[in-house]
Write a protein that binds this ligand. Structure first.
Ligand SMILES: [Zn+2]
Ligand SMILES: [Zn+2]
Length: 418
C-alpha cells in the first residue's frame, strides 16, 4: 500500500547511513567501533578488491580512469555538492510550503519564513567568506594568532606549495590552493575550507539547518495529524487506542493524501539526527579545544604513545626563541611549557630538534600532555565567534617553579585584523 513511500524512505535512510559512516568513520574517536570498521571496509577493503580485480581484467585501466575522475572531482574547487545541497533545500521547500501554507497560522508562518531563509544566509556567508587564507601580505599577522605547542605544531616547518612558514594550527588545503589559518577541514557542502575566519558561519549553518529540519519534521507531523483528526476525531499523534496495523494504515493513508508534505516530513525526520550529530561533533571539538585536522593528529599521537614512542620534557618560557621561525608574541594567553617528540627506536630523543631541559619522560596517554589550544569551553567558543579577539595573559596554574618569567605584553584586548 505504501510501496513507493517505503522505498523512498529506505533509500534516504541508506544514503544517510553511508554518509554518516563516510564522514564519521575516519575519526579517531570511532576508530575501534563498528562505524570505524565499516568505514575501513567501505573505503579501503572494497576499493582494494575492486582494484586488484580490475588489475587482472583490464590491467588497471578502469581504476586509472576512475581515479582520474575522482581526482578532478575531489581536488578542484567546484560547487557540485553545494548545488546539490541548495537543490535539496529548495526542492523540499517548494514541495512542502505550497500545500502546507493554507494550513499554517500566523506564528507558524513567521517561524517557517525565518527558518527557511537562515540556512541560505549562512550558507552564503560560509561559502563566500575568506576562511583564513595565509598570504605573503598577512603572514606576519597570521603568525601571531597562536603559539606553537611543540606537540602537534612545531616552529620552522614550511609549506612546500606556498613557500612560507606554516603558522601554528594552519594547514595547506590542496583544493583551495592556500594555507588556511586554524584549518578545520575542507567542506564540499560549502565548497570552501572551514577555518579561522569562517568557522562561526559554518556552525551557524549547521545550527540553522538542523533547526529548519527539526521544525519541518514537527510541523509536517502535526499538520498531517490535524488532517487525520478531521476524519477521525479521537486521533492523537502517538496513536493511543489504535492497534499497530490501524496506526500504520492511518499514516499510510494520510501520507498518500498529502504526498508532498509527507515525503518532505520523512526526509527531514531522517536527516535531522545527522545534522544535529554533526553540530554536536563540532561543539565537542570546541569543548576539547581542537579542530577536525588536529583531532587526527591527536589520534595519531595516541597510537605512538601507546606503543611507547612518545617522550616529553619541560620547555622553559624564557628560552631563547628563534625569531625568524617562531613569533615572539602571540595574542594567545598561554605558551607551551612542554615539548613532545616521537622517536623511531623507543629511546629518548636526541639531535637538534630535542630542545628543552631536564630528563625525558615517556608518555603513555594523551591525558598526560597538555593541549595548549584548550582554554576551556567558553574561551574556545569566543575564539571561534570573535576571531579578532585577543585574550588576557594567563599564568599556568600547573606550573611548579614560580621563578619563571614570561614575556608580558600587558592586557591585550584586541588584535588588529590584517
Ligand atoms: Zn600552503
Ligand atoms: Zn579548502
Amino acid at each position: 500500500m505504501m510501496g513507493p513511500l517505503k522505498i523512498i524512505a529506505l533509500v534516504i535512510l541508506v544514503i544517510s547511513f553511508f554518509t554518516f559512516v563516510t564522514f564519521f568513520g575516519r575519526l579517531p574517536a570511532l576508530r575501534n567501533t563498528p562505524i570505524g570498521t565499516l568505514h575501513r571496509i567501505l573505503w579501503l577493503h572494497i576499493p582494494g578488491s575492486i582494484r586488484s580485480l580490475d588489475q587482472r581484467l583490464t590491467q588497471g585501466r578502469l581504476s586509472a580512469w576512475t581515479a582520474k575522475i575522482a581526482h578532478t572531482l575531489w581536488n578542484d574547487r567546484h560547487p557540485l555538492v553545494m548545488i546539490f545541497f541548495i537543490l535539496l533545500l529548495s526542492v523540499s521547500e517548494f514541495l512542502f510550503l505550497p500545500p502546507a501554507w493554507p494550513l499554517l497560522n500566523t506564528s507558524q508562518t513567521a517561524i517557517a519564513i525565518t527558518l527557511v531563509l537562515l540556512p541560505y544566509i549562512f550558507l552564503y556567508a560560509s561559502a563566500a567568506s575568506d576562511p583564513g587564507y595565509i598570504t605573503q601580505e598577512n603572514h606576519s599577522h597570521q603568525m601571531t594568532l597562536y603559539p606553537y605547542d611543540f606537540t602537534i605544531f612545531y616552529p620552522g616547518q614550511s609549506c612546500h606549495t606556498c613557500r612560507q612558514l606554516k603558522p601554528a594550527r594552519s594547514k595547506h588545503c590542496s583544493i583551495c590552493k592556500h594555507c588556511i589559518a586554524k584549518m578545520d577541514h575542507h567542506c564540499i557542502f560549502i565548497n570552501n575550507c572551514v577555518g579561522y575566519r569562517n568557522q562561526h558561519y559554518f556552525l551557524l549553518l549547521l545550527f540553522t539547518t538542523a533547526s529548519l529540519t527539526t521544525y519541518a519534521t514537527y510541523l509536517g507531523f502535526s499538520l498531517l495529524s490535524g488532517q487525520i483528526r478531521k476524519e477521525i476525531p479521537a486521533w492523537k499523534i502517538w496513536g493511543p487506542g489504535f492497534s499497530w496495523s490501524e496506526y500504520g494504515n492511518i499514516w499510510a493513508w494520510v501520507l498518500q493524501e498529502y504526498t508532498r508534505i509527507g515525503a518532505v516530513t520523512l526526509l527531514c525526520g531522517l536527516t535531522t539526527p545527522l545534522i544535529w550529530g554533526l553540530l554536536g561533533y563540532h561543539l565537542y571539538l570546541i569543548w576539547a579545544g581542537t579542530t577536525t585536522n588536529e583531532s587526527m593528529k591527536w589520534g595519531d599521537w595516541a597510537y605512538e604513545m601507546a606503543d611507547g614512542y612518545a617522550f616529553k620534557r619541560e620547555l622553559s618560557s624564557d628560552r631563547h626563541k628563534d625569531e625568524t621561525i617562531e613569533p615572539v608574541w602571540t595574542r594567545w594567553p598561554v605558551e607551551s611549557e612542554q615539548i613532545v617528540l616521537r622517536t623511531d627506536d623507543g629511546m629518548p630523543p636526541t639531535g637538534p630538534d630535542a630542545i628543552g631541559e631536564g630528563t625525558w619522560e615517556r608518555v603513555w596517554k594523551l591525558k598526560d600532555v597538555e593541549n595548549l589550544y584548550d582554554l576551556g569551553f567558553w574561551d574556545n567558543l569566543t575564539d571561534v565567534f570573535r576571531p579578532r579577539y585577543g585574550f588576557r595573559r594567563r599564568e599556568h596554574s600547573s606550573s611548579g617553579s614560580g621563578s619563571r618569567s614570561r614575556p608580558s605584553s600587558g592586557d591585550v584586548t584586541s588584535v588588529a585584523p590584517p
